[in-house]
Design a binder for this molecule. Structure first.
Ligand code: ADP
Length: 484
């Protein structure tokens, strides 16, 4: 690895302010998804490490919750500055372990840092209330206080930003945190830990547990009585497990789970804008985001023109490893991910979908898959109900607005949805009717710190980012004062 990374390239766990080996010893390999070769070895934490981290976090929380918001804001600002100073190295590290094109990796660092900056600002804007009491001589105050120790369990698709989006509001609110990053991408998490340490947060306030034992460590984080809140981003299935395990100790939960985003193209859409939006939404991170368009519903009058133009735009995408100049499509994260995408495409084609582009593993081999466009996808194809998480656009033709709202809402997922139209009345109608936490109207990029991010139905609980994001880490306390 690059020598410039040395300060940021950490191999040990970060517990109680110290860089430590795992309690049971042992380490695991971090692989470059483009080559399958090991790029680092990292401590493999277990239940004992999780328990130590929780105790360290609780000790730190007791001190941190009493600090002034201004002081918490100052340290968060310092952390933000350090992340921005090191954004190129952090981007390199991220691209190396995650495989996304270098430009996307660097953009993620800036996006991730924005949460730290935002919540540094929000730390000082947590307001209580003074409520008119039901009888004379009384007052009712409402205070907001930190929930306590927070466990953050994060995925590999955004190894930096999914951490800052949870940890920055938690720290701003006065909580302490334990991060369990995905085993595929622990290096970005550890680098954030190194910069948090340099920023000067108290020892034990931020703890980072790389591990291959997700279930074992996850069980401790979801069952330990001192952990008051679990914030999770990942699959719906693991989200269910976390919810179930958290029930025993009634933990507060934020869950960002799988999506199945519909992307609706009405006849009156601007064709160039919709194709650009479709490519941005579908092919970002090679289709590996939970807000990627998963089902394209295209009205009959524009269907053929859209299919043709989309296929041409996707054909022009350059496939390559993160560091090859001009790369727009990196590899998928693991061989298992490639096998899943391949089986979804084969299932759709077997059932009658027409391949307009791609459809197979890429000639480069390894974890690369061809950017793919499938037209006339039949209703029973699995990729209309399962999250594809790969560079595959699935097109379905529709006739009327009512029909397409029915199709879009016929899913247990409800994270993002997109539609393109020039009709203002329709824009409001459809935005209201669609069952999703985030709706893009003539707009495909919808992840930004200013707006609340989260899902409805089985896509999750709670919101991240925006002013709403800090509420997830605050309890409301009513204080009744009598005898006044
Ligand atoms: P993805 O499909 O994105 O890999 P996962 O839900 O498998 O989604 O992973 C998201 C995060 O959840 C990762 O950090 C992973 O290690 C973690 N994880 C997986 N299984 C469990 C579990 N049983 N308990 C807690 N965390 C888990």
């Amino acid at each position: 690895m690059n020598a410039r990374d040395s300060k940021l390239l950490r191999h040990k766990a970060f517990i109680g302010g110290e860089w430590v080996e795992a309690a049971r010893g042992g380490s695991f390999e971090v692989l470059d998804p483009a080559t399958g070769l090991a790029i680092a070895h990292v401590a493999d934490c277990s239940a004992e490490d999780a328990e130590r981290a929780i105790e360290a976090a609780q000790a730190s929380f007791v001190v941190w919750r009493a600090t002034l918001a201004r002081e918490r804001a100052r340290l968060l600002r310092r952390w933000h500055e350090l992340i921005m100073e090191h954004k190129d190295d952090l981007g390199d590290l991220l691209a190396r372990e995650q495989g996304k094109p270098l430009a996307e990796a660097r953009a993620e660092i800036v996006y991730g840092a924005a949460f730290v900056e935002w919540f540094a600002e929000e730390a000082r804007r947590v307001y209580g209330d003074l409520i008119d009491a039901p009888a004379p001589g009384r007052e009712i105050l409402v205070m907001k206080q930190p929930v306590g120790v927070v466990a953050a369990i994060t995925p590999w698709n955004f190894p930096n930003a999914m951490i800052t989006r949870k940890i920055a509001p938690a720290l701003a609110a006065g909580c302490a945190a334990i991060v369990k990053p995905a085993e595929e991408t622990p290096l970005s998490a550890l680098a954030l830990g190194a910069l948090a340490q340099e920023a000067g947060f108290p020892r034990g306030l931020v703890n980072i547990l790389p591990t291959t034992r997700a279930a074992e460590v996850g069980r401790v984080l979801t069952s330990h009585p001192l952990v008051r809140k679990v914030s999770f981003t990942g699959s719906t299935e693991v989200g269910r497990t976390i919810m179930r395990q958290s029930a025993e100790t009634i933990k507060s939960l934020s869950l960002e789970l799988g999506g199945n985003a519909p992307f609706i193209v009405f006849d009156d859409a601007d064709l160039d804008a919709v194709v650009a939006g479709a490519v941005a939404s579908k092919y970002r991170n090679s289709g590996q985001t939970c807000v990627c368009a998963n089902r394209f519903y295209v009205q009959a009058g524009i269907y053929e023109a859209f299919a043709e133009k989309l296929a041409a735009a996707v054909r022009a995408l350059k496939v390559g490893a993160a560091f090859e100049p001009g790369t727009q499509q990196g590899p998928l994260i693991t061989p298992e991910a490639v096998a899943k995408v391949e089986s979804l495409v084969n299932d759709a084609v077997d059932k009658g979908a027409k391949l307009r582009l791609g459809g197979a593993r890429h000639a480069r081999g390894g974890n690369f898959f061809e950017p793919t466009v499938l037209a006339d996808v039949p209703a029973d194809a699995r990729l209309l109900t399962e999250e594809i998480f790969g560079p595959v656009a699935a097109l379905v033709r529709f006739e009327t607005e009512t029909e397409v709202i029915g199709l879009a809402n016929a899913s247990e997922a409800g994270l993002a949805a997109y539609f393109y139209t020039k009709d203002l009345a329709r824009a409001f109608r459809v935005a209201r009717a669609i069952e999703a936490g985030i709706v893009g109207v003539n707009q495909a990029v919808i992840s930004t710190v200013e707006a609340p991010f989260g899902g409805v139905k089985q896509s999750g609980l709670g919101r991240e980012g925006a002013r709403h994001g800090i509420d997830e880490y605050l309890e409301v306390k009513a204080v009744h004062i009598g005898g006044l």
